[in-house]
Design a protein. Structure first.
Length: 128
């Protein structure tokens, strides 16, 4: 006895228009979810920023700023920074708060010492 196919589903996926539409929805739903819920900071990317000599301060922008914002959110969920890659006043305030609470000079600039501390803090959050 032959198995009966689900004709509605078969008709749906036999129409290229619906296949493209389905792929479009899946891709953009995933992108939307990524932007709404960015992944936690990885110590590797913070380590990469430290190793590259990246310095983050007021009004800087780029991937290392995104890494920093995600790391600060991971370390202290009270920050709730927007991970937008721009170091505005909220990011600088979060940097200073982090620096104060970790015995660093609260200058609002993330250089080698602050990056090292952030890498260690992210690692300890990940494994504890």
């Amino acid at each position: 006895m032959a198995k009966k196919k689900n004709s509605k589903l078969a008709n749906f996926f036999s129409n290229p228009k619906y296949v493209v539409l389905t792929a479009f929805v899946i891709v953009f739903a995933g992108i939307g979810a990524y932007k709404l819920y960015p992944s936690h900071a990885s110590a590797k990317s913070a380590q990469d920023c430290k190793n590259s000599g990246s310095v983050v301060g007021a009004r800087t922008s780029g991937e290392c700023v995104k890494t920093l914002q995600a790391a600060l959110n991971t370390i202290n969920s009270n920050h709730n920074l927007s991970v937008d890659g721009y170091a505005g006043s909220a990011t600088v305030a979060a940097i200073k708060t982090y620096q104060r609470s970790h015995g660093l000079t609260p200058d609002g600039v993330v250089g080698p010492m602050t990056w090292s501390s952030i890498v260690n803090a992210v690692n300890s959050r990940r494994y504890n």
